[in-house]
Design a protein around this ligand. Sequence first.
Ligand code: PMM
Length: 273
Amino acid sequence: MIARPGRCVVMGILNVTPDSFSDGGAHDTVGAAVAHGRGMVAAGADYVDVGGESTRPGAARVDAAEECRRVLPVVAELSRLGIAVSIDTTRSQVAAAALAAGAVMVNDVSGGLADPAMARVVADAGVPWVLVHWRGHSSDMYAAAGYDDVVADVRRELCRRVDGALVAGVSPDRLVLDPGLGFAKQPEHDLALLAGLADIGDLGFPLLVGASRKRFLNAVLETADGRARTPLERDSATLATTVLAARAGAWGVRVHDVAGSADAVRVVAAVGR
Ligand code: PMM
């Protein structure tokens, strides 16, 4: 079973990439990345999610060797410090190496679609696997952003990902589902999915929600001078999404600014009790 501490869990984002949309280049030495991971745990993170390939819209791919070079020393050191690390990758080779280095969860934004060997790695390791709703790599993902009813369509496609995982031998109690906000979605789709989280939660799997600092928040935010908010200026809006996710019964939220969400999920849990 996946741990449920009586409140929504907080996963802190640690992108060791030069080009992620919000924190790209901010943690590009092992020391800086580990310090940031420790800081997020001190601020209340239950997991640190380490990623070495940007999934920003339009991002170019890096090869597996470069992804490993970026993430493995960070995963190994955080794990050595007793921190629960999830590895954010779509590649089985990177996932296997990160699990060997101490990671305890695989966060796969492709929901197992990008690499058919991922299911076997996860099944053999017996670790939790986050299956994210996805329709293709970042280079052209907006071309696939067409839905009849986004909540029903995402729900149905996630069911297929679950079926694939089960057929490959992954235990159902190891699966976490994620609607994949921003992945092949326009802002109206992301907002509808946030409103419809309970419908996806009805599938009976824990839900993870990754809204942090995403572009869709700008669709509802304003600045005095009419410009778009920068990612760093979207943390208050992100907190609102944390509250919505926690109220809808989500298992966890994946966020950059851990301190705010760690407080918010505790308040929501207390009110729920
Ligand atoms: N979003 C990003 C990366 N990894 N993982 C999960 N489970 N859910 C998400 O929504 C998600 C993810 C892209 O955002 P980032 O550049 O801030 O990491």
